[in-house]
Write a protein that binds this ligand. Structure first.
Ligand code: 5GP
Length: 190
């Protein structure tokens, strides 16, 4: 049977990556992570082909022009996109494919897939805006102007939470991952 398409979204810095890593370890969920394409430079420890496909702006524009992306978003000077064929291939193999993406891209997927019974959308919330700011600053990889841009984007993103099928508050990554695993299991067993 074809696998689920699961969108995990939420504001930048909320902790989607950590929650995703916990979920991916749960073999019973039969998940495959959709590796995005990005023009952002790799952070320390990030590996091409595992965390992202790191590409040039020219390569990204070409993929976009050739309609190879299921969705994409450009912000804070970088572009991110989901390779369409890769997602379809995994779903056809029966994998439940997890997209960890920001809200602009999530919206375009939701628009396209909203009537598909195999589609699931989940919004990850911080316990408070102050806590989100702390998490973004705690990362210490970005200069102040970028932090400010991410915070401004997060404010807009938080307003969109009611458009998702499910909302989960990320108090700790383990608790959030547990709640999401329950949501996915319910959908699998429908
Ligand atoms: P970061 O630069 O911290 O890895 O990611 C920044 C934001 O881009 C995060 O909110 C992440 O979820 C989002 N993102 C990563 N890949 C994609 C993608 O393919 N499409 C969209 N729309 N957002 C993505």
């Amino acid at each position: 049977m074809k696998g689920l398409l699961i969108v995990l979204s939420g504001p930048s810095g909320v902790g989607k990556g950590t929650v995703r890593e916990i979920l991916m370890k749960d073999e019973s969920l039969n998940l495959a992570y959709s590796i995005s394409m990005t023009t952002r430079k790799p952070r320390v420890g990030e590996v091409d082909g595992r965390d992202y496909f790191f590409v040039s702006q020219e390569e990204f524009d070409k993929a976009l022009k050739n309609k190879e992306l299921l969705e994409h978003a450009c912000f804070v000077n970088n572009c991110y996109g989901t390779p369409k064929n890769y997602v379809e291939k995994l779903r056809n193999e029966g994998k439940n494919v997890l997209l960890e993406i920001e809200t602009h891209g999530a919206f375009s997927v939701m628009e396209k897939e909203k009537d598909d019974p195999l589609f699931l959308s989940i919004f990850l919330l911080p316990p408070s805006f102050e806590e989100l700011e702390k998490r973004i600053r705690g990362r210490r990889t970005e200069e102040e102007s970028i932090v400010q841009e991410r915070l401004a984007k997060a404010k807009v993103e938080l307003k969109l939470q009611d458009n998702y099928q499910h909302k989960v508050v990320d108090i700790t990554p383990e608790q959030a991952a547990n709640e999401i695993a329950d949501i996915i299991n319910k959908k699998i067993n429908l």
